[in-house]
Design a protein around this ligand. Sequence first.
Ligand SMILES: *Cc1c(COP(=O)(O)O)cnc(C)c1O
Length: 361
Amino acid sequence: MKNPIVERVAQLIRPEIRALSAYHVPDAAGLVKLDAMENPYPWPPALVTAWLEHLRHAALNRYPDPAAHALQARLRATMDLPHDSALLLGNGSDELIQLIALAVAGAERVVLTPEPGFAMYRLIAAACGMRYLGVPLAADFSLDVPAMLAAIEQYRPAVIFLAYPNNPTGNLFDEHALQTLIEAAPGLVVVDEAYHVFARKSFIDKLARHPNLLILRTLSKMGLAGLRLGLLIGDPAWLTQLDKVRLPYNINVLTQLSADFALAHQQVFDEQARRICTDREKLFADLCGHGELRVYPSQANFILFRAPAGRATTIFEALKDAGILIKNLHAQGGLLQDCLRVTVGTPAENQAFLSALKNAL
Ligand SMILES: *Cc1c(COP(=O)(O)O)cnc(C)c1O
């Protein structure tokens, strides 16, 4: 018997949407959560008290400031943004990726990005009806510049997304390789600096030189993932157009107040980021101690490693049974075959991960 709803869904929902899988977030209840590049550290109690006091002034009966003026000023001051560039805020940088795609989408418009890369580029391109093209990285996860240039030449992409450092591989692409691609690109190039607080390398000072360059940042990985705040930085001529696609009150009252408050205490987050980088190097060395693993150096707050052939899923499940949640990338295949990714946690969490891993191996 045919189900009348299923038939209508099949008629109405575009095939490229029906072909997608929704972004999957695993249930982490009761587990040590090392799967999503979150900052593991809570705020000092005095800061929590001051924050709650700050929120007393929140007018939840009113719509938020549509341009988030106070927060924009704070971001400009703390992030040292160029004076002549504009700023567009998103409900996470995911929303900004979507705004860019919505603004340039059209029949035969192409989104190009190296693979393995950040999953949302593909999901958003497909949802916006764009053609998505992934160009494989070299075996060491560096950019395959000739292959990228050939794809640029052949497909004339409307947008190229380049994560710097890259997720899930953790490496920073070569600066000159990136520059070559930006110069060759006929469309926009978005350098996604989601892990900037850890890598401390940026293309922001190159904005003036490249008329097709935009920089994407987020507060998520530095320790404010729950607030959902991303920033797009670039020439006002671009951002004025993109702003038309933004829904008017996309940054809510609590996020505006809380992010402004948090950034006034930037040193707390800088200190946490430094600590995470130190702990990353220890975790890297400890992982390298397992000769059967191939461990990839990282400039971000996570580490990618390759398990012995055919064993990634068994190891992932054994870790989960031991109460540790990491990310299993094996199913994505290609260069990620047998690969697992672990987020740097607190020293105690990293230790728990390492002992569970030792047992699993
Ligand atoms: C995590 C991540 C994002 C998304 O960040 P949100 O601001 O939380 O939406 C964007 N790009 C890359 C490369 C990421 O790893």
